[in-house]
Design a protein around this ligand. Structure first.
Ligand code: DAT
Ligand code: MG
Length: 170
């Protein structure tokens, strides 16, 4: 079995329902290690890039609003982004996450236990979980800089950046 890494997001409905602890506990059954973690206020651009493969679907606009937490507002309009690594990580984490449609998901999975479909038809399925290695690589590179992960899991290069402004602690 190969060592894999993947992106997990605890989506805004998971934050709103105060499920972060429950979800992390459930995911710990797979015995993976966390190699990156941060709270992210999701911009429209990031949301659209994350879900670009669904851009032609009728629910795309609502999906982009949902991952940005627009339905919930402050202080729930954010996600917890995590990179997990371990043997056969993608299959094992997706099993714990459950099927995309929370009504069809195994009731013991995260989505089966905590997800719902809104009256507007949005799948509030609590977590995102990369579905294969190439998607995982694209998503991890989209959400995290190399320095935000404890290991350089993909090749890196050094560049010189001329920064105009930077926010630092006062
Ligand atoms: P997954 O999140 O299981 O990888 P996906 O990549 O096909 O599933 O879709 C991404 C998200 O889009 C999914 O978590 C919920 C939403 N979605 C997918 N199909 C949908 C549908 N038929 N109606 C409403 N939302 C849907
Ligand atoms: Mg997917």
């Amino acid at each position: 079995m190969a060592i894999e890494q993947l992106l997990i997001l605890i989506k805004p409905d998971g934050i709103k329902k105060s499920l972060t602890g429950n979800i992390l506990t459930k995911l710990s059954e797979a015995r993976m290690v966390i190699i990156g973690a941060k709270v992210v206020k999701v911009s429209k651009e990031l949301a659209e890039q994350h879900y670009f493969h669904l851009k032609d679907r009728p629910f795309f606009g609502e999906l982009v609003d949902y991952i940005q937490g627009k339905l919930y507002g402050e202080p729930y309009d954010r996600v917890l982004a995590l990179v997990y690594q371990g043997e056969d990580a993608i299959t094992r984490m997706r099993t714990l996450a459950g099927a995309t449609n929370p009504e069809e998901a195994d009731p013991v999975s995260i989505r089966g236990a905590y997800g719902r479909i809104t009256t507007k038809g949005v799948y509030e399925n609590v977590v995102h979980c990369s579905s294969d290695m190439s998607e995982a690589e694209r998503e991890i590179k989209l959400w995290f800089k190399p320095e935000e992960i404890v290991k350089y899991i993909y090749p890196t290069k050094k560049i010189t950046v001329e920064k105009e402004e930077e926010i630092v602690w006062e």
